[in-house]
Ligand binder design. Sequence first.
Ligand code: SAM
Length: 443
Amino acid sequence: MRLYLTEDANLRDSGFSSATQSLTVPRHRWYAVKEAFSPELVKHACNESNIEKGSTLFDPFSGSGTVCLSAAQNGFKAKATEVNPFLAFLGKTKLTTCTPDMFLKAYESVRLASDSDQVCELEKFSTFSSKSGRDKWLFPLKPLRAVMSGLASLEGNSSAESDLMKVALLGAVMDCCNAFKDGKCLRYKRNWAENESTRADFFDFLDHRVQMIKHDLSTDTLDASDCSIVEGDVRAQIKGLESQPFDLVLTSPPYLNSFDYSDVYRPELFLGGFVKNNDELMKLRLKTLRSHVQAKWEDPQESMFGHLYSDAFSAVTSRESSLWDRRLPLMIRAYFEDMSNLLTAVRAKSSSKCQFWIVVSTSAYAGVEIPVDLILAEMASSRGWLLKQVSVVRRLRSSSQHTLRGVSGCYDPVQLRESVVIVEADPKWNPEKGKSTLRKKGE
Ligand SMILES: C[S@@+](CC[C@H](N)C(=O)[O-])C[C@H]1O[C@@H](n2cnc3c(N)ncnc32)[C@H](O)[C@@H]1O
């Protein structure tokens, strides 16, 4: 089987793999999520795979809920899973219906409650405010107190308008945050200490967000009754997931770049009460795909993921002493084991004409390229799928974590790329027999 990259003009440098386009699209724009892909990609995949209106889409790694929301906005059904409870909540909330009047009424009472300057529990927690006694803190005290009072007033209220207000409040306090999300970490803004947001800034941000949500509720009436997001680990959920057979699966899994997204969402997870303490955060980390070394997950058992995997894995292990963490080879193996199981489990729930689109980037460790896109394509071909194409979306520069840590110039930087891997259901696949030989469409 020959594997090669294509440069599909519709996908290359289209902005499909970035969140930029979402910032202007109604509902998608309610909360910026950096690792989201574009709603345009969902439309493009629906067109290209020739599915009919009413067909069912699936996204195992829902993130901010782009697939479900785009499906609802374009007349499709959809199912998704997302392990991060804040992101799952965000995705669900973007699907809710509520009249603009009900929402504004909720805003009035939350606005009153937020006026309080009451001391809140989180102000001494970790690096949340100057009261923690550390030399850096994420939130100015007044906005933190205002948001916590507003959120407290919503407690015990499970209406759509209350969920919408929670999204607006969390967005407004993150607008006041002294740090911003930058890949795997929260990076402090330049001169943050001199430029901290005030209480008035917080209310301006909140008002801006409320007006945007109100506008979209009035202009984009949505029927998302056939679209839903399940909060949880897809590896545990997929077998029992109630759904029509999937007609199109479109997803972007965590990349093999050792980012633990639950860490970057620590502020929202704690502020929103989605996790109560560090033990709960650690339990959440253990439920995420094994794409990082920040949690002590179970060791992988399998290692047969095709020739491309074997070659890359041997090359990385031969440079073991140069790796910045000795568990990286195990992480690479565990990542492909998770993706292998997913490819098989998704195939079992898919219709015979289903296409599976995977947006993913390559990685590199100790100067060795891991061609994640091609490895997944090769692996899919022995797990019930036929390869259609692996198309480059954009070329990326290699980040310093991929070269040898602390020793510059040891290995040449590796140019990374983001690609879309497109496979389609193999009609001859026999789930009883398990793995077939590697095949390409038409062979
Ligand atoms: C690249 S992001 C997906 C972004 C999404 N396409 C969007 O448009 O917002 C990958 C997501 O996978 C989620 N994730 C990681 N491990 C998971 C698991 N075991 N089950 C379900 N979701 C998981 C992460 O929390 C993260 O939100």
